[in-house]
Every structure is written in structure tokens, then in C-alpha cells.
Design a protein around this ligand. Structure first.
Ligand code: HEM
Length: 408
């Protein structure tokens, strides 16, 4: 890559203007069926100017990695959404910040999410998972998108983050609205902004010491502030960082896993024959059906990317869903194949802002699959509805019947 370093106004002639497209990735139809449009955009170029929303889509895997690793040029500090209102509302949060601020917050926030700490909560998750799996597989049918997928993420937010039932009922609603509110200024985004604001107010005014569980992850943020590790005003937003990105993402990933295994019973058989493939299976689910389809960055300076000139101040959109199906990286990318072992997928992002909760998400999904593998021989989808959300992909409803081992 040839970077023209330096300030605005440097010679941009080394690059050419990126190709343009009239594709709108945020219509209901596009959100429900994005993959043909993604393929079309990947063919047009690794960087494509989407005129409708005036954003440069990063469509291919290698280019997306390069952008994600270069936070100095592709900044998160002016927000990672597609509209100014939400970007301003969330500026300075963990996800919407650059180093050094970002590293200060991340160091504290990720403590309970590190692998050695997660080992400690494994028995608790397994016990909770077993409770829900036992109940559900005894039923004639259940909703995998809600009954099965929500239990562990909600338990984590209420019992481990320590928010109790406080806000829990609304948390799911708020969290999904938080993702919608990151979209371009369409009707869906406008409708979500009010709810996203409610979530911010809850964190600012109600999720405070004395109300939240003193032993939870949220309270530990206030302790860190008290010890001088963080400015105290960062804590409310960091509580949102524990709650908002940890719900729908993992919930949708779990639902997509069940859906993919129902569509591909041979892959379920393979996993049952060799349960050690479970980690690869989870990665393959997230590669195929990335729960978060995109985030954005803002260019801090003029820059040439893959030979295309991009001006300072432009917004680029990291299309994770497209990069994960880039045929240059993954042969036959539309095929769900758990032996593919795509541990380098970008569903969790990569670089400075790579998902802080990826180990927790993997552990939650693995806990459920580990419990289902020995007992369920088939999933059959009876009815389903996909969520329509500006950033998220997955099912809002997935009614399934399961064939239980030894029960006819
Ligand atoms: C399958 C589930 C999940 C997916 C697909 C996912 C995806 C992502 C992605 C793509 C990013 C990158 C953001 C960027 O580059 O701007 C991210 C960041 C983040 N995620 Fe996740 N996530 C998941 C689960 C979780 C969980 C369980 C938590 C729990 C706390 C979490 C917390 C975070 C946080 C705090 C960040 C911001 C990290 C930073 O800015 O340094 N995520 N996630």
C-alpha cells in the first residue's frame, strides 16, 4: 500500500478516485439479503463510494484488515456510526475513542473478560446453560432465537455485570436500538435514537454505586475510577460497553448457529462425531452470518488505500459481513463448512478495537453447543423471522423442533 502521509492537501494524484455505486445497503430488502449486493460491491472494488450515504465501503478482507489496523488514519474518535447525531452522543466512549484514551479505558474494562478470569465463570455458565437446555429440549418446540439464545447473555448482564433486574427488561430493547441508531439517517435510525438516549440516561443516572451489585463488573469500574485508574465520568458509558454489545451480538450468533445446523444436518453430524470441532464451528457460524455487519471510521488525513485516494474527513464503512465472504480469502465463501477453521475471520473486528468480549461470546455459545451436541440429533426449523436492524444480522424468531437422542 502506498500511503501519502501528512496533512490535508498533500498530493493525492498517486491514487485514483474510488469507484462509485448507487447501492443502498440499508433498505429492508438489502438488510435481509445483503450477500449478493456485497458480492457486487466486492467485484466493483475493495473501496467503493456509496453515493446514497456518502460513505466509502471497504468490501474486501485484506483491505478491511489494513484499515482496522491503522487507527491513526482511520479514527474511531468521531464515532463509529453513520450519522452525526449518534456519533456525537457517543464520542469518547471506549468504542468511539483512539489511543491513548482508548487504551486507558480498555485496560480496565477488559479485566473480567480475559481468558483466565472467564475460566472462573465457566461452571456458573454451564449450570445456567444446562438449566435452560434441559427445559427447552423437553418441550415439543421452542424459539431458539429467544428462549435458548437470550438466557446466558441476559444472565451475564444481570448477575456478572451486576445490573440485577434493574433495567434488564429494557436492556434488550435499548441494546438493539443502540445498533439501529448507528445507521445512516433513515426512518429506522430516527426511531431508535430516542431509545438509545434512554439507555445513556439509565447509565448516567441509575446504574450507580449503591444500586448496582457491589461485586459486579460495573462496580469494579467505579472502584478503578476511585483508585485513579480512570476519570469517573467514563464509568457510565463503560457500563454500556459491557451491556449493549454483549446481548444481541451473542444472541444472534447463537440463533444463526442453530439455523445453520438445521440447514446443514451433515455439519451437525460432523460436529457430533468430533465435538473438538466446536471452536471452529463457532468461528464458521460467525464468518458466515456476522452478527455485526459494519462499523465506520473517519479519515484523519488524506490517504491512498489500494490505489484509491480518500480525502481527510471522509467516512469509511468496514463491511465485516462482506469481508468474511470475500472469495479472495475464503474459497467457496457461501458454503458453511465447519472444517474450514476460519480463526482469522473479522466478525469480531481486528486491531485496536477488536471485540473486548470475544472470549465471553465464544464461551457462551460453546456452553450451549456443548450441552446440545450429545443430546440433540436434529434441529428442524418450523418458522423464522429475520431481524431488520441497520447493523445487526440474525433472527428475531426461530421456532424449532429438536430430535432428542433416544427419544422418538
Ligand atoms: C458474537 C458476539 C459478538 C460479536 C460478533 C461482536 C463484534 C464486535 C465487533 C465487530 C467489534 C469491533 C468494533 C470496532 O472495530 O469498532 C466489537 C467491539 C466490542 N465488543 Fe463485541 N462482539 C460480540 C460480543 C461481545 C460481548 C459478549 C461483549 C461483552 C462485553 C462485547 C463487547 C465489546 C466491546 C466493549 C467492544 C469495543 C472494543 C474497543 O473499542 O476496544 N462484544 N465487537
Amino acid at each position: 500500500m502506498s500511503e501519502i502521509t501528512g496533512r490535508r492537501g498533500t498530493n493525492m494524484s498517486l491514487g485514483t478516485a474510488p469507484p462509485k455505486s448507487e447501492v443502498d445497503l440499508f433498505t429492508d430488502e438489502a438488510l435481509l439479503e445483503p450477500y449478493d449486493l456485497h458480492r457486487e460491491l466486492r467485484e466493483v472494488g475493495s473501496v467503493v463510494h456509496l453515493r446514497k450515504h456518502n460513505v466509502y465501503a471497504i468490501t474486501r478482507y485484506e483491505t478491511l484488515r489494513e484499515v482496522s489496523l491503522n487507527w491513526e488514519v482511520f479514527s474511531s474518535a468521531q464515532g463509529v456510526g453513520l450519522n452525526d447525531g449518534f456519533n456525537e452522543m457517543t464520542a469518547g466512549t471506549l468504542i468511539s475513542s483512539d489511543p491513548p484514551d482508548h487504551r486507558l479505558m480498555r485496560k480496565v474494562l477488559q479485566r473480567p473478560l480475559l481468558p483466565n478470569r472467564l475460566q472462573g465463570i465457566e461452571p456458573f455458565l454451564r449450570q445456567e446453560g444446562a438449566r435452560i437446555v434441559d427445559q427447552l429440549i423437553a418441550r415439543p418446540t421452542f424459539d431458539a432465537a429467544t428462549d435458548l439464545a437470550r438466557h446466558l447473555p441476559l444472565t451475564v448482564v444481570s448477575k456478572l455485570v451486576g445490573l440485577g433486574n434493574y433495567g434488564q427488561d429494557q436492556m434488550l430493547d435499548w441494546a438493539a436500538a443502540g445498533f439501529d441508531a448507528l445507521g445512516p439517517m433513515n426512518q429506522r435510525t430516527a426511531a431508535a435514537l430516542g431509545k438509545a438516549q434512554e439507555m445513556v440516561e439509565f447509565a448516567m443516572t441509575e446504574a450507580r454505586p449503591g444500586v448496582i451489585d457491589p461485586d459486579g463488573w460495573a462496580a469494579a469500574l467505579f472502584d478503578a475510577a476511585h483508585n485513579g485508574e480512570l476519570p469517573a465520568d467514563k464509568c457510565p458509558f463503560m457500563i454500556i460497553d459491557y451491556a449493549a454489545p454483549s446481548l444481541d451480538t451473542t444472541i444472534l450468533g447463537t440463533g444463526s448457529a442453530v439455523w445453520l445446523f438445521a440447514q446443514h444436518p451433515d455439519q451437525w453430524d460432523l460436529l457430533r462425531e468430533d465435538p473438538s470441532l466446536v471452536r471452529h464451528a463457532i468461528n464458521e457460524v460467525l464468518r458466515c452470518e456476522s452478527p455485526i455487519q459494519c462499523f465506520t471510521r473517519l479519515l484523519t488525513r488524506d490517504h491512498v488505500l489500494d490505489g484509491f485516494s480518500l480525502p481527510a474527513g471522509a467516512r469509511v464503512m468496514l463491511l465485516y459481513g462482506s469481508a468474511n465472504r470475500d472469495e479472495r480469502k475464503y474459497p467457496r465463501p457461501h458454503v458453511f463448512d465447519i472444517t474450514r477453521k476460519p480463526s482469522d475471520h473479522v466478525a469480531f473486528g481486528t486491531g485496536e478495537h477488536a471485540c473486548a468480549g470475544m472470549n465471553l461470546a465464544r464461551l457462551e455459545i460453546k456452553t450451549l453447543l456443548d450441552l446440545l451436541i450429545p443430546r440433540v440429533s436434529r434441529f428442524e426449523v418450523l418458522s423464522s423471522e429475520r431481524l431488520v436492524n441497520n447493523l445487526l444480522r440474525g433472527f428475531s424468531k426461530l421456532e424449532v423442533r429438536v430430535e432428542v437422542e433416544g427419544v422418538r
